[in-house]
Design a protein around this ligand. Structure first.
Ligand SMILES: *[C@@H]1O[C@H](CO)[C@@H](O)[C@H](O)[C@H]1NC(C)=O
Ligand SMILES: *[C@@H]1O[C@H](CO)[C@@H](O)[C@H](O)[C@H]1NC(C)=O
Ligand SMILES: *[C@@H]1O[C@H](CO)[C@@H](O)[C@H](O)[C@H]1NC(C)=O
Ligand SMILES: *[C@@H]1O[C@H](CO)[C@@H](O)[C@H](O)[C@H]1NC(C)=O
Length: 967
């Protein structure tokens, strides 16, 4: 395929580096092992900067110069209508070529989903992927019955040009409106804009590191980038979905009045309505949130919008997740604690780490390796030094015997061997190349970028043989080292040089990446993380080296305004160019699709392929995959972590809004590198963070090469803090697992924002320094260095409608007089509350989830102000995609009686019931189990704490019958 657009080739075809490489370095003798390794010059990763048009004072405003469209030829369909949109006057060709005829389709697809699509009327096989996501790549939103009844109304106008509006019929509230603005649709530029209420509450639009409520002065850029967990820029994933929540007060006439002020106090007179909008466009784009509007600007694709009426957040989320794909169910063991670091050097060291956790009584479920396990950073080959094939067998066996697991990193790029060095064989590449699995240049030659092992090629998920080749390699490697899950990294897809930089340089292989690895001699800049002891010179030096070389991965391009490329993309992307830190837009897929058109989908492709691989290796078992780059729907395949964060307090703070956003995106299995990835952590930060992450679904400690060790056992205070938080987590495992069952089957969320659980309280709209785990657990972490208390909100207390119990002392928290209360939280203590009205099935803490799962049950009933509570429990074998047997139990407490309703799906639970604990009991009468009095010796009542504990049950917990307890 040719290069239809000049700037595509400008960005993609830079060969500056090739010239540099050839001029500076004579090719080393291919067989000489003493020749110094060639290091790519840093210039290899620099491309000319482009100025995004939102930052370009001279950028032409498409709204001013473009003509818009006019609708005609309206045809009713079974579930909506279609129309033609014709360019209304002369083309503006502002950032591309205007498309003169578009097709509009409006379809009421389900009661909870309205679809509005605008695509070019004339597309061909050759240009389809410029506009439409390749069919089959993502889950296709299925369409329900025709003539569905919806609370959404679509209306449109041709004056002054075509614009449309989506209204909530029941409230006449306009949710989205392009009326009065122009639709701009060019081959490389699309713009449309909707008004929004003042002070709107918009959430989602990720992946980003940003406050939870996005604010009205923020541009979200979409272009998957290996850019660390950096605040406010485009990072690893693309989820162009938002939730908007509007708060109303009810007037005397019963009409709702929109609240547009941030100054609100919680009271029961407020109500809120939420809706969702998903833009199914995988192209690079900027979404501009401004004072009273939202503007979409994409460099391709189409207008492909899905509106979800809600009207509650859970309903919006369910509608969205049943559109893009429900989250994968995870295996029970994945909820245990995971330990990783870049810098573990051998199987023996991994085993030491495991044994050290046991020695200090710290639960550990899974040990992970970063790229250290690989021979020369090449996928699927163990480094014989430290990670030899033979020893891996015993290592894995001992892990599994102990109920533990192993997950290695797997990189996305594949090393391409030196063609003139027969010793440089890499069969993984040869087999993939034979299967036609790799991306090419437009001329058909292999596209050769660079990642850790040197020059690399990149799998092409649109090529027919690629998935099979990938699975074969995963299977082959699993036969050598029996890993339990896969950690997919660098999948943005990252490349450390601009363009196909290795094409003419393969005889230099293996080359060194164009920066020093952490710990390698670099140019140390002494920057200390907060709280880091400057007296520890060795640690300081290693941290600085780590930091210096880490930042150099992403050179900041100094630009002067004269050197910008103007008239090109609209995007506010990191480093100013699409080709930096990622493969270039002209990398070509087997069917001719350019990377430009599907860049944001690469990460989703490898997750799907890896899911199939693990399904082959472990038939019938839920694959466990941790993926870095994700797209809408990736949660059906994988878990996700927050990427390369820093060992500092802001990174810990941002982990909460990151997780809440991932809840909206359907990736509930989320967590961040606990204690921080880059730079040295310190005792206090790690202490607080190990406690915070214990309440995130995915719980892993991980750090960078060269930084100080940060396993929990490195500091005695962190040992204690970790054990105390982990004890709660492990007791709650049945609850967390049940939450995942609801997420997987119904699209419920696991980690929740306060705004979602307390929709009548506008003062919680921005709350992202505390969160709920499911409906019942409230966590108020300390996020500030040196603090011994934390300001937190116990929602609902002002009106007295909620009761909160302190997890640690089982008592009701006294009602504070203000919304914000100061909660004592010395180092090592994380405030955790149980919401009155909850029934929590608990098991005992253990060193592994296997131990915990084989322990007796407790049931905790936390009564609300009316003396009621409910809850539920889902159980199965913990790993099967389609379990043969399951169990679902519901608990309902009211009028001093707890009833359990057990629906057997054949699951036989062997573990006995130990205690039933009831919080909030004022007084007791005769305690009866199934109508029979319970002997006094089995009853404990603390009238001061209002706590009743009943024990002595002679049943296995869920033996088959529903049962009741009266007090
Ligand atoms: C796509 O290609 C076809 C055939 O080459 C052409 O007729 C059509 O105008 C193109 N469509 C767009 C929107 O560029
Ligand atoms: C919007 O953000 C920009 C950059 O972050 C800042 O300079 C500007 O002052 C902000 N505008 C308003 C109205 O807050
Ligand atoms: C709620 O509304 C009622 C009637 O409109 C009013 O009397 C009352 O003061 C309001 N409550 C609060 C807490 O604002
Ligand atoms: C295990 O713990 C001991 C004692 O704290 C420590 O000296 C050693 O470095 C640890 N080993 C590993 C691999 O973490």
């Amino acid at each position: 395929m040719g290069t239809p657009f000049t700037w595509r080739s400008v960005l993609g075809g830079l060969s500056a580096f090739c010239a540099i490489a050839q001029a500076q370095t004579p090719s080393p003798s291919p067989t000489s092992s003493t020749a110094p390794q060639f290091t790519m010059p840093p210039e290899a990763n620099i491309a000319p900067a482009v100025i995004p048009n939102i930052k370009d004072p001279q950028a032409v405003d498409a709204q001013t110069v473009c003509p818009g469209y006019t609708a005609s030829n309206v045809q009713q369909t079974a579930s909506g209508f279609t129309a033609s949109l014709i360019l209304l006057g002369n083309a503006c060709n502002v950032y591309g070529t205007d498309i003169d005829t578009l097709s509009l389709t409006v379809q009421y697809q389900r009661a909870d989903r309205l679809h509005v699509a605008i695509v070019p009327t004339h597309i061909s096989a050759e240009n389809a992927t410029h506009y439409i996501i390749p069919p089959g790549y993502l889950a296709e939103p299925e369409v329900g019955e025709s003539n569905t009844v919806s609370d959404l109304e679509f209306s449109w106008t041709n004056y002054p040009s075509f614009g449309f509006e989506v209204t909530r019929i029941s409230t006449k509230d306009v949710l989205f409106s392009t009326k009065g603005t122009k639709i701009v649709f060019e081959n490389q530029f699309i713009e449309f804009k909707s008004g929004l209420p003042k002070n709107y509450n918009l959430y989602g639009l990720g992946e980003s590191v940003h406050g939870f409520r996005l604010g009205n002065n923020y541009t979200k850029t979409y272009y998957a980038a290996d850019a660390g967990a950096t605040v406010d820029i485009n990072i690893y994933g693309a989820h162009p979905f938002f939730l908007e929540t509007r708060y109303f007060t009810e007037g005397p006439d019963g009409n709702l009045a929109l609240v547009t002020s941030d100054e609100t106090t919680p009271n029961s007179n407020y109500t809120s309505l939420s809706h969702g909008v998903f833009s199914r466009n995988a192209h690079g784009q900027d979404i501009l949130m401004q004072e009273d509007s939202i503007t979409y600007r994409a460099i391709g694709g189409s207008i492909d919008l899905y509106f979800f009426p809600g009207p509650s957040q859970p309903e919006v989320t369910k509608s969205y997740l049943t559109t893009v794909g429900l989250p994968a169910m995870q295996q029970y063991w994945t909820f245990g604690f995971h330990q990783c670091r870049w810098g573990y050097t051998s199987w023996a060291e991994l085993e030491d780490v495991v044994n050290n956790h046991t020695h200090f009584d710290i639960p550990l479920e899974t040990i992970w390796t970063d790229i250290d396990w690989m021979l020369r950073y090449r996928d699927f080959e163990n480094n014989p030094v430290g990670f030899d094939d033979e020893s891996s067998e015993g290592f894995i066996q001992r892990l599994h015997d102990g109920g533990r697991h192993y997950v290695p990193i797997i990189d996305s790029a594949i090393y391409i061997p030196n063609p003139s060095n027969a010793d440089d064989a890499y069969p993984v590449f040869e087999r993939g190349n034979e299967a036609g699995s790799f991306l090419t240049n437009p001329d058909g030659s292999l596209y050769v970028g660079a990642v850790w092992p040197g020059y690399t090629v990149f799998p092409d998920w649109l090529s027919e043989g690629t998935e099979q080749w990938w699975t074969d390699e995963m299977v082959r490697y699993h036969q050598i080292t029996g890993y339990d899950g896969a950690w997919i990294d660098m999948s943005e897809i990252s490349s450390f040089c601009v363009g196909s930089c290795g094409s003419n340089n393969l005889t230099l292989q293996p080359v060194h990446v164009p920066f020093a690895l952490p710990g390698e001699p670099a140019n140390p800049v002494l920057i200390y993380p907060e709280g880091f002891s400057k007296t520890n010179a060795t640690e300081a030096a290693s941290a600085s080296a780590a930091r210096a070389s880490w930042s150099s991965t992403y050179p900041t391009i100094s630009v002067t305004s004269s050197s910008y490329l103007r008239t090109t993309p609209t995007q506010d992307i990191r480093n100013g160019a699409l080709a930096v830190a990622a493969i270039s837009p002209n990398a070509t897929h087997a069917d001719g699709t350019l990377e430009y058109d599907i860049h944001n989908l690469w990460g989703h492709g490898i997750l799907k392929a890896t899911y199939n691989s693990l399904s082959t290796i472990f038939p019938g078992t839920r694959p466990f995959i941790l993926g870095r780059s994700t797209f809408a729907g990736s949660g059906s395949y994988a878990a996700h972590w927050g990427g390369d964060n820093w060992s500092n307090w802001p990174s810990m703070i941002f982990s909460i809004p990151q997780a809440l956003s991932m809840s909206l995106f359907g990736i509930p299995m989320f967590g961040v590198d606990t204690c921080g990835f880059a730079d040295n952590t310190d005792m206090e930060l790690c202490n607080r963070w190990m406690q915070l992450s214990a309440f995130f679904p995915f719980y892993r400690n991980h750090n960078i090469l060269g930084a100080i060790s940060q396993e929990a056992y490195r500091w005695s205070s962190v040992i204690d803090a970790s054990k105390s938080a982990m004890a709660i987590r492990y007791q709650l495992l049945p609850y967390i697992y049940t939450l995942f069952h609801h997420a997987h089957t119904k699209g419920e969320t696991v980690m929740r924002a306060l705004a979602w659980e307390f929709p009548h309280d506008p003062s919680l709209a921005s709350a992202d320094r505390q969160f709920m785990l499911g409906p019942s657990i409230l966590v108020i972490p300390v996020l500030e260095q040196g603090a011994t208390s934390v300001n937190g909100v116990l929602p609902g207390l002002i009106e007295g409608e909620e009761v909160w119990y302190d997890w640690y002392n089982n008592t009701v928290v006294p009602v504070p007089t203000q919304a914000n209360s100061t909660i004592p939280a010395p180092l090592g203590h994380i405030p955790v509350y149980v919401r009155g009205g909850s029934v929590l099935p608990l098991q005992q803490a253990g060193l592994t989830t296997r131990d915990a799962r084989n322990s007796p049950w407790d049931i905790l009933v936390a009564l609300d102000k009316d003396g009621s509570a409910d809850g539920n429990l889902y159980l199965d074998d913990g790993f099967s995609v389609t379990p043969n047997t399951t169990l679902y139990a519901e608990f309902k407490a009211q009028n001093r009686k707890l009833d359990t309703f057990i629906q057997h799906g054949g699951w036989v639970e062997e573990n006995s019931l130990r205690n039933v604990t009831i919080w909030g009991v004022e007084q007791t009468k005769t305690i009866k189990f199934n109508g029979h009095p319970v002997p006094l010796k089995d009853v404990y009542f603390d009238g001061n704490k209002h706590t009743l504990v009943v024990s002595g049950f002679k049943i296995s917990a869920w033996a088959g019958k529903s049962w009741s307890l009266e007090w």
